[in-house]
Design a protein around this ligand. Structure first.
Ligand SMILES: *Cc1c(COP(=O)(O)O)cnc(C)c1O
Length: 405
């Protein structure tokens, strides 16, 4: 059974998180008793920390001098000509470590330090979030332990080596399918044992409240910059469309944050259809998911009839999460966002197209957003801002295998 989410003319509801961490029916904090105190401490302090001028100063100084922000908003002329509109790329690929994930890792570790924590744990699938976290821990002299499924350790050797070089301990997880979901379970187990000293850095807009909102606010620097950069180029501070890919939802949440309730801006999200949404091998959570609870949050989730989590598949390691953030489930269900399912092949083609038209090799995740452009009809004067979430170095083997000879 497929969900059919089409963009309706105007969403009736305002999208916002409530005090319990709900976006409409999605979200909340479904956690074991033993984690209650840690999650609750984070819930009562995160807004205050984020709004403290001293925190903001330190965070933004690091974003500027260490991460390399603001990232450019680049008018991609040849790509625009091909799609018959004006396409701007928000260049998150130019951040230190090559993607948007560092924005969140630095912010959460600063908050952890402020709360007196001395130890950081994280889970990672492809290793991108693990590398971002290990990087920020080296910078801020924090102990770092990264849980990673043994299967992923085997297939992401370069990221494992980077994390170890940065001083992190990488713990291979041998339970379950030995992938991301199992690494999350192991990280939660660790957090339960060390609640006083340890902060758990979640890498996307998933998990129990307040994580989805915390991560969205830390990534919102992306849309704050778009709002500052666009007037100098277009004479207005909003695009007609925002386009981004969705794994757990952090780069897209950051891209839409300042425009969430601005009806002038249409939102297009690209999720991973893998080998096709009917193939049984996909990560198209929003198209295929049903309401369920995963990792502490009520959201759309790929599951069997009796509620077992279905292992997701995408050629792109950063998009194969079986759930999706509650904000995104809400944006889809309410009609605020149009959600397109993009196959591996469509993403590969779009990656090669950007490489050849603009001289930019995108991450395979970001290529899903690029492929969504080809499924839309834009007007000649319309302004589209697309979040180029990361660079393609890590995907070069995949690209070379698929290059037409
Ligand atoms: C991890 C990752 C994603 C997917 O995660 P979100 O939380 O949905 O942003 C997308 N692009 C890149 C480059 C990534 O590393």
């Amino acid at each position: 059974m497929k969900n059919d989410y089409k963009h309706e003319d105007e969403p009736a509801m305002t999208i916002a998180v409530d005090a319990g961490g709900y976006y409409g029916e999605f979200g909340g904090a479904y956690i074991p008793e033993i984690l209650h105190a840690s999650v609750e401490a984070l819930r009562v302090t995160y807004r205050e920390a984020l709004e403290d001028p001293a925190f903001q100063r330190e965070y933004h100084a690091l974003l500027v001098d260490y991460v390399g922000r603001p990232t450019p908003l680049y008018l991609a002329r040849r790509l625009s000509a091909k799609h018959g509109c004006k396409i701007y790329l928000k260049r998150e690929d130019l951040n230190h470590t090559g993607a948007h994930k560092i924005n969140n890792a630095i912010g959460q570790i600063l908050m952890a330090r402020r709360a007196g924590k001395t130890r950081i744990i994280a889970e990672t699938g492809a290793g991108q979030h693990g590398v971002a976290t290990a990087t920020a821990c080296a910078l801020m002299d924090m102990e770092c332990v990264v849980y990673m499924g043994k299967t992923d350790v085997g297939r992401q050797q370069l990221n494992v080596q980077k994390m170890r070089a940065l001083g992190a301990t990488v713990v291979p997880v041998t339970s379950g399918n030995m992938t991301l979901k199992d690494a999350v379970n192991e990280a939660i187990r660790d957090w339960c044992c060390h609640p006083a000293t340890t902060h758990y850095v979640i890498g996307s807009t998933v998990g129990p409240h307040p994580y989805p909102d915390l991560v969205a606010r830390l990534q919102s620097v992306i849309s704050q910059e778009i709002k500052q950069q666009l007037p100098g180029k277009e004479g207005r501070d909003h695009p007609d469309y925002l386009v981004a890919c969705v794994g757990g939802g952090s780069n897209s949440a950051g891209t839409v944050h300042e425009y969430l309730n601005d009806p002038r801006v249409k939102i297009v999200l690209a999720e991973a259809a893998g080998k096709g949404i009917d193939s049984g091998e996909s990560a198209a959570t929003i198209h295929l998911g049903r309401v369920g609870i995963i990792h502490g949050s009520k959201t759309l989730l790929m599951q069997t009839a009796d509620g077992q989590v279905i292992e997701p598949y995408s050629l792109s390691a950063g998009l194969d999460y079986p759930g999706v953030g509650p904000l995104h489930a809400c944006m889809a269900r309410s009609g605020r966002a149009e959600v397109l399912a993009i196959t591996d092949d469509e993403a590969l083609e779009a990656a090669l197209e950007l490489t050849r038209l603009e001289g930019i090799i995108p991450a395979l995740e970001s290529a899903h957003a690029l492929a969504a452009l080809g499924k839309k009809r834009f007007g000649a004067g319309e302004v589209v801002v697309l979040c180029l979430s990361g660079r393609g170095d890590k995907d070069m083997d995949t690209y070379l295998q698929h290059l037409p000879s």
